[in-house]
Design a protein around this ligand. Structure first.
Ligand SMILES: [Zn+2]
Length: 101
């Protein structure tokens, strides 16, 4: 898997495209926040946030229940906070064997 700086915590993390190869999303495996999925637009948007605000999402990623994963998406429909988050089935986004935690 390729690596890059984690958009949530700034540490080096692995990522991959989700199964089905949607290039709009990256599935991260971070040593700090664990696994989470982020859209490319949300990643761009988060890059403008101070690290303290991004930690919020890192904590949310850690809070995911077993078998679930945090999805962070950008939804610019005029809302004050265009980042939306939800938990989804982890198996939909991560291939078996990708686990690190
Ligand atoms: Zn991270």
């Amino acid at each position: 898997m390729p690596t890059q700086i984690c958009p949530l915590c700034g540490k080096k993390a692995k990522y991959d495209n989700p199964p089905g190869n949607s290039e709009k999303y990256k599935c991260f495996l971070c040593p700090v926040g664990g696994s989470f999925v982020i859209s490319l637009m949300a990643e761009d948007h988060l890059a403008k946030f101070p690290i303290i605000d991004r930690t919020y999402y890192s904590d949310k990623a850690k809070d995911a229940k077993k078998g679930k994963v945090l999805i962070i998406q950008f939804c610019d429909d005029g809302l004050e906070a265009p980042l939306i988050q939800r938990y989804d089935e982890k198996a939909e986004w991560f291939r078996l064997g990708d686990e690190i935690n």
